[in-house]
Design a protein around this ligand. Structure first.
Ligand code: ZN
Length: 561
């Protein structure tokens, strides 16, 4: 078999009328089928149609991000964004017909019961009755992105946007970090009223959607939108308390040690991203060199990972170099008609190159491993489970980091582990804050700033804002895009992080067994909800009593705190 090349993946632009007609045919075929086999055939045809649309959706978005200056690619993306909710509506209609119909059991015996829960979440979180609010919501979320993207700073002889300014938070010179923090604070202060207004409207629109769909408030609707089927807000609250009680004290120790290592009297907010006076370790070579090292690394991790990396690399399913016109960020996307995923990144010579690469390879390997699942609804799990695959690979590749960092490999592992731990309290603070917000949708913007101050006192007690007045007034959360764009998503990074750290602990004890459990988990894709998947890999659910203790004990030992 010849190697599949990325260039060979094509997808025809679907026309709404044709797709709607296909749906009418599928519905008729399903209704008129004489038996279960006939209904299964209609579902199979539906699956094929959905795969085509999904491949087109991924391709259009990817091609735009590969060159944001290309007018044709932009036009294709606009068309996609216009059609997406219409296709979703058609899809939900079919899901409702099958999932709520008299033959739902046939689906259950073919694919397992979880797919019905997945459909239920999709159907329960959208209805044409909330179309106006949904459209207004995405416009407001875009206006947040536009506002933040419009920020421009003159600093250190450069003109910088918000994310470029952020690189100075890791600068070795404290005055440079402090100056960058002042600029950032001033921008958020100047734009605070507008950021407050956008969020206030978003919260009220989301509350209205929840009310129209019959929910008590936006929280249960937000959970449905995240596809959560096996835990609720009470479980999440207990987990946040465990992070507060078990992880926050460890983070306080890490911060104290960091303060001493940097030789400071007080660790200020603008010192937090620098973990030792040498600055953060960097990979020892450029893009091509890193790809070569990656090939050696994955070859050293078994046939599956080695072979998969060759498939990705030889077929040009990797776009890792930064270049003009290319969108920022890193992600993994997939083409369900073909089964081979794609990794997009922007290498910039920092340790982040290696982190984003191993992370996205984890997503890609999972997606590829579950390509033979019976339905595309299982190709990706819900996001907290998906982040387990990606974050775990960051840890499972630890022994190979000397390939990239040479004599700095130990320092890299320490910085990575510390960063993963200190992230947990921040992640749950973002989550707790949103629960407070959506429980009290009529709170004023000023009250929301107070809520965030309360979160910092609870979860980030070491944080010192000094003269950064907008930040000490509770404005820091306004820089966190997820809060505006994807409510309740953020905690998923922490839930997955806790699971990934368990893989790290397991691998320290028995590397081969940990790799086998990891590969099996990847093969399962999204065939089960989060906690089932986690437990099947021999991990403890983050919602179970005592889950954090083992991880924190091991981390304290390794870090010597
Ligand atoms: Zn990820």
């Amino acid at each position: 078999m010849t190697q599949l090349q990325f260039d060979a993946i094509r997808a025809e632009t679907p026309e709404y009328e044709q797709v709607a007609a296909r749906y009418r045919e599928l519905e008729a075929a399903y209704d008129q089928a004489p038996d279960a086999a006939g209904r299964a055939a209609a579902i199979k045809d539906w699956e094929a149609l959905r795969r085509e649309i999904a491949t087109w959706t991924s391709l259009v978005s990817l091609r735009f991000q590969q060159d944001t200056r290309d007018a044709d690619r932009k036009a294709a993306l606009d068309l996609r964004n216009e059609l997406a909710p219409k296709f979703e509506e058609l899809r939900n209609g079919f899901m409702r017909k099958i999932g709520k119909g008299p033959h739902a059991d046939e689906v259950k015996s073919a694919h397992g019961g979880h797919v019905l829960d997945v459909w239920d979440c999709a159907v329960a979180s959208y209805d044409p009755a909330i179309e106006a609010e949904s459209v207004a919501e995405s416009k407001l979320a875009s206006s947040y992105t536009e506002l933040v993207s419009s920020a421009s700073f003159e600093y250190q002889g450069e003109t910088l946007n918000m994310s470029q300014l952020a690189k100075f938070s890791q600068h070795g010179d404290r005055d440079v970090r402090h100056g960058a923090a002042k600029l950032r604070n001033a921008w958020f202060k100047e734009n605070g009223a507008e950021l407050d207004r956008i969020y206030d409207e978003l919260v009220k629109l989301r509350a209205t959607q929840a009310q129209k769909l019959g929910y008590e408030n936006f929280i249960p609707l937000g959970y449905k939108k995240m596809g959560r089927t096996d835990y609720d807000e009470k479980d999440v609250a207990r987990y946040r308390n465990a992070v507060r009680d078990v992880v926050v004290p460890l983070c306080t120790k890490i911060r104290e040690r960091q303060r001493d290592a940097l030789g400071l009297d007080t660790l200020m907010a603008w010192d937090e991203s620098v973990s030792d006076p040498q600055g953060n370790p960097k990979p020892k070579g450029d893009h091509d060199w890193m790809v070569e090292r990656a090939r050696e690394m994955f070859d050293g991790m078994g046939d599956e990972l080695g072979g998969f990396f060759r498939l990705m690399s030889d077929g040009k399913f990797l776009d890792l170099k930064s270049r003009e016109g290319k969108a920022g960020g890193g992600f993994c996307t997939s083409f369900p008609t073909h089964g081979v995923p794609f990794i997009f990144a922007n290498f910039n010579g920092t340790k982040g190159d290696v982190e984003v690469f191993t992370h996205e390879m984890g997503h890609a390997f999972q997606n590829y491993s579950s390509r033979n699942q019976s339905t595309m609804d299982y190709f990706w799990p819900t996001s907290e489970a998906a982040e387990v695959h990606s974050m775990s690979l960051e840890y499972l590749t630890y022994p190979h980091m000397d390939k990239f960092f040479g004599e700095d490999a130990d320092r890299f592992r320490k910085v990575h582990l510390e960063g993963s731990l200190t992230f947990l309290p921040y992640g749950v603070a973002v989550d707790h804050f949103q629960h407070l917000v959506y429980e009290n949708p009529s709170a004023t913007p000023a009250e929301r700033l107070e809520m965030w101050q309360e979160m910092e006192r609870t979860y980030l007690p070491h944080r010192q804002w000094g003269e950064m007045d907008r930040m000490s007034a509770g404005g820091f959360w306004q820089g966190q895009l997820h809060i505006y764009h994807v409510p309740f998503y953020y905690i998923d990074y922490t839930l997955a992080g806790v699971c990934a750290m368990q893989f790290w602990v397991k691998a320290e004890q028995d590397r081969a067994a940990a790799m086998e459990a990891y590969k099996t988990l990847c093969t399962r894709g999204g065939e089960a909800p989060f906690q089932d998947l986690v437990r099947s890999a021999g991990l403890i659910s983050p919602f179970d009593e005592g889950c954090l203790d083992g991880v924190v004990a091991q981390a304290s030992k390794v870090l010597g705190v």
